[in-house]
Design a protein around this ligand. Structure first.
Ligand SMILES: *Cc1c(COP(=O)(O)O)cnc(C)c1O
Length: 456
């Protein structure tokens, strides 16, 4: 019998609803609060900057299933379903008895999972009479996805891209411009927030924090302009559940169910996307899957961060969010997995970690690239530097299985491909990359500046 390599869903079996894990969580996430009054925010408060429907979804603890609008499903069909693939060659190279599957979210025009949320966010914004959307982008995947979705739904799009990654990943801004977006390096002189940052630190390399501050400022000072975000927030994780819901059906086709689900972790959207649909069976007690989020050890908020209210951005424009954080002033090293350099975890994931329903692991930069290289040379796909962290965590688990002889079923999310990240592979191959660690003192210095709203 020939071994089946990949599983695809016919278009009429693509899920038509997203899964909202908040409805099922035994302990709900704490609410986002106003920085001055500390009052919990309502969806109306959020709707000043975000699209209205997204603001409602952000706080929805009630509806377990949320319909995907027909217009969004139409656009999903451009590239979904995405393949669930059995990594036979990787298994063989590792000599592991584990069965390794990956959900390949790199097979769309933009090359990462971010498009899954860009499409509904632009759709809702357009429906509500918005004409412009603005955002920040780190490594550039979110900016690319948003430029595409904005163009498809007829919106203007302005992107603030972290300066350092604009240099590291030059082609990303070209893609954004191809789809019609206006791209500005952050910190820039085009906003009050940007000017303040540059005045204090003229060589500031930029961070997601500086870029968020600039985008939020643009949105709040421009009529009919909404700010949209590609990670961290609850509604983004909601839209991404299309990944796990498809994977659940595809695992059924393969006749298996995952013992372990793994994804890399920046703000948590691809992790939530693949994990939450499976986690609902843990919550109901039917299953006991292990969930692992792989973060870079240079930005270890899940394993070494503090659970506290913190700003989502460096300048303190956003509401305060309850999350594991390294402090909004934390400046991570310039690792190549730009998408994993965010200082905090999302609200849902932070609560799930407190409730021990999942856990994080830290991956050094060199281990992530070694893992990505092995994956490329066995499975034939060059993974995004972010996704390499998920692969590294998968390889660690598969090696444990080799020692114990356990035939675990491991599923990981291949959140994107690395074809626009070749300069980082080039550096790895030439031996020019290094590991970065962060000291306890540095973490303590940053988190000690947070207002202690949550008492221990
Ligand atoms: C943005 C990005 C990530 C990190 O973001 P999450 O919200 O944590 O998923 C991971 N992988 C790729 C390819 C990305 O573009």
């Amino acid at each position: 019998m020939t071994k089946q390599k990949k599983y695809l869903l016919p278009e009429n079996e693509i899920p038509t609803q997203w899964y909202n894990i908040m409805a099922d969580m035994p302990n709900k996430p704490l609410p986002p609060i106003h920085p001055q009054t500390h009052k919990p925010l309502t969806w109306q408060d959020l709707a000043h900057i975000f699209p209205e429907e997204c603001s409602k979804q952000e706080l929805d603890m009630e509806h377990e299933w949320i319909d995907i609008p027909e217009e969004v499903l139409d656009k999903y069909r451009f590239y979904r379903s995405t393949p669930l693939v059995r990594a036979y060659e990787l298994e063989k190279a590792l000599g592991t008895p584990a069965h390794i599957y990956f959900k390949n979210e790199s097979v769309n025009p933009l090359g990462s999972h971010k498009i899954n949320s860009a499409l509904p966010q632009c759709y809702y914004a357009k429906q509500e009479g918005t004409t412009n959307v603005t955002t920040e982008t780190g490594a550039g995947q979110w900016g690319m996805a948003l430029s595409y979705a904005a163009k498809i739904f007829g919106l203007e799009c302005a992107v603030y891209q972290v300066k350092i990654t604009m240099q590291q990943k030059p082609y990303r801004s070209s893609v954004m411009r191809t789809f019609g977006a206006a791209v500005t390096g952050s910190p820039s002189m085009s906003t009050r927030a940007g000017k303040d940052i540059i005045t204090k630190d003229p060589l500031h390399p930029g961070s997601l924090g500086t870029a968020i501050s600039e985008a939020v400022e643009l949105a709040t000072t421009t009529p009919h302009c909404k700010y949209v975000l590609g990670s961290v927030l609850n509604h983004v994780g909601l839209h991404q559940t299309i990944i796990g819901l498809e994977a659940e059906k595809q695992m059924q086709m393969a006749g298996e169910y995952p013992d372990t689900v793994i994804a890399c972790f920046g703000g948590g959207s691809n992790f939530g996307g693949i994990a939450f649909p499976f986690m609902r069976h843990n919550i109901s007690g039917e299953r006991h899957t292990e969930f692992i989020a792989a973060e870079p050890n240079s930005c270890p908020k899940l394993t070494r961060g503090k659970f506290q209210y913190d700003f989502g951005d460096e300048a303190g424009y956003t509401p305060l969010l309850p999350m594991f954080t390294l402090g909004h002033q934390f400046k991570p090293s310039n690792i190549h997995a730009g998408g994993l350099r965010y200082h905090g975890a999302g609200m849902i994931v932070s609560q799930l970690i407190k409730d021990k329903m999942m856990h994080g692991v830290d991956i050094p930069q060199l281990e992530s690239f070694e893992s990505g290289m092995l994956f490329a040379r066995t499975e034939g796909i060059i993974p995004a530097p972010e996704s390499c962290h998920a692969i590294a965590a998968t390889i660690r688990e598969a090696k444990k299985c080799k020692e114990t002889g356990e035939q675990k079923v491991i599923l990981f999310c291949l959140s994107g491909h690395g074809l626009i990240d070749m300069p980082s592979y080039e550096q790895f191959i030439s031996g020019d990359l290094q590991n970065y660690t962060v000291s306890d003192e540095e973490i303590e210095r940053n988190v000690s500046e947070l207002e202690p709203i949550i008492k221990e």
